[in-house]
Write a protein that binds this ligand. Sequence first.
Ligand code: SF4
Ligand code: SF4
Length: 455
Amino acid sequence: MLAATRMDGAAGVPGDFRVWLSGNEDIVEKSVGAIVVASELVSCPMNDAYGLTLSDTVLSQSQLEAALKSNPAAFAGKSIAFLMGLAQDGNPLVLERVLKSVLALENQADTSAYVIAGDLKVAEDGLERLYLECRDKGAMYIKLTAQPTVAQEGSALSITYDDPVLQRPVELVPDIIVVEEAIGADDVNAALADMLKIDMGSMGFLQTDNVHRYPVSTNREGIFVVGGSRRVKKRYGALMDAENAALRVRGLLGDGTIDVPTDKAVIDTGKCTFCLTCYRCCPHGAIYWAAENKPVISKVACQGCGICASECPMDAIQIGDYNDTAMIETVGQSATAKTGDAPTIVAFCCQNSGLEAAKMAESFGMPLPAGLKTVTVPCAGKVDIDYIMHALAEGADGVVIMACHNGNCKSERGSLYAAGVPPTPRKCWPPSGSRKSASASPPQPPTWALIFPPS
Ligand code: SF4
Ligand code: SF4
């Protein structure tokens, strides 16, 4: 185990990742089969959102927890108001911290605790029981739909709210106000995502909200995220994630051999002009640069989306049954197959969405429009401009691409490529040399990643 260690870089593919780790002064290079990221959650006080300044009488949740730990008796005889779920969405993790503190306070003599809250979300193990236990001990819950008016003058505090039961304004004058904390992703995630080339979600977590992903998966095979790396989770949920990740790693690496399906991308290096387009556009980090200066596709990492094949300017990449020869033949057959007087529309259907929708329509007895000819593609990003032109040249009256909606593409960016809006390209490679030659000398953290040949 390496404690107090930082990751400075990563490269490679499943079964043969390299990571550069540093602690103190030394940088060590390690070879690993899979990577599991378990970054921490961070909390930050929300006093600003409630118009309050932290002081002796206005405490953040963390400050209260520390004070309760060191001297709980200091709160005897005090009235304490908690503000939560009014400046952010209710959150079971936040509520659990509040309720544990309330319980500790209610155990002190003559202490009164008020929980002034928006949503009280108790959807976690044991939370409802804790909620009831606090209530039975004397805690009062005040559920509001809008933030109360909070006044802070020196150490004097007051909270005024429209009481929904009494239907009149009520003023509470507590000795102490405790403001909730926002729980969110650690800033370190951005650097990790950059090093590992994994996509981030909108809240700074290391996983996008993609319905096609298994719970601990990322856009890259062999790199998993657990617990606070992927969302706000309680310890139990994080442990479940860890078990899931262990199973996925075992499933991936197993006894050291992997059966790889045949529908993976293959490069004809005789046609390749080494333009790096495929390396930049692969959303799954499956393409690396070999020491002999050519692109290589990891069969383990490749997810067969076909984006690289449609983007390659030399048509140097082919994918199993979706190779260009087979696709052109299918498109030609679809374009020339007329159905009465109906216009012929060639519909390229992503197998993860458009095709499923067509099957679903059929199963509900809703026939597809006459003249609509479906052509299955592994991802909308596989639709090559040549296929579209061929369909029109062969007599199709129109072409449609049925893609996943943006943000829900299994390959993250396939629908963007299909729409002709290619996302920002990845960082390119260094002007000379490869990581392999550099690794013969004492290891240094890479200034770029993923251009690394597996041994
Ligand atoms: S996109 Fe095509 S030509 Fe360019 S490096 Fe990849 S395989 Fe070679
Ligand atoms: S088919 Fe998709 S996953 Fe495989 S190498 Fe090409 S772009 Fe990457």
